[in-house]
Design a protein around this ligand. Structure first.
Ligand code: GRF
Length: 184
């Protein structure tokens, strides 16, 4: 079995899509959440997936924070990590321990519109082609090697309509990439 851990900070619709995926040999084993009020925690309990809740404020440094997470990842024998709306930058402790084994989903066609407001930034810019990117995580923000992308064209859709379409695509694309990379 391949053991997967999802990191999330908020709503968790991508976590739910991943947890709902039908895989031959992949087990969604753990959620790591850095926000004790996040809705994703409720989603995890619905799936009976254990959740490690971590608060950076309880640690003296980012290194100590990630070492604490890493000890749990090792305990759960986690093979790969999927970031899904995790609002912190992954730093060296986890990057070294999970080299080329951490992926992220971003709601724009990278390298355009990196950062926390990818959809709004693209919408305000007035682009007509939107999309979603799944990429490997490195020490930058939304900069790692691209694994897959999906795009769509808009006319006069509202921001809400674009967001809905992006999230629909995210949920399918993330599961597709996970299967492509790690299913045997
Ligand atoms: C998604 O749009 C994802 O691309 C971005 O953060 C959002 C998380 O949404 N990184 P959710 O918490 O999975 O619903």
């Amino acid at each position: 079995m391949v053991n997967l851990c999802v990191f999330a900070s908020g709503n968790g619709s991508n976590f739910e899509a991943i947890a709902n995926g039908q895989y031959r040999n992949i087990n969604v084993k753990l959620l790591v959440c850095d926000n004790p009020n996040a809705y994703v925690i409720k989603r995890a309990s619905k799936f009976n997936i254990p959740c490690l809740i971590v608060n950076m404020k309880d640690f003296s440094s980012k290194k100590a924070y990630e070492e604490y997470i890493l000890s749990h990842l090792l305990e759960y024998k986690i093979d790969y990590i999927c970031l899904a709306g995790y609002m912190k930058i992954i730093s060296n402790v986890l990057l070294k321990a999970y080299e080329n084994k951490i992926i992220n989903i971003h709601p724009s066609l990278l390298p355009s519109f990196k950062g926390a407001h990818g959809i709004l930034d693209a919408y305000n810019y007035g682009v007509k082609v939107f999309g979603v990117t799944v990429h490997y995580v490195d020490n930058g923000v939304d900069t790692g090697k691209i694994i897959d992308q999906e795009a769509f064209h808009i006319d006069d859709e509202t921001l809400e309509e674009v967001e809905e379409k992006i999230h629909d695509i995210e949920h399918k694309l993330y599961v597709k990439v996970i299967k492509k990379l790690w299913e045997v």
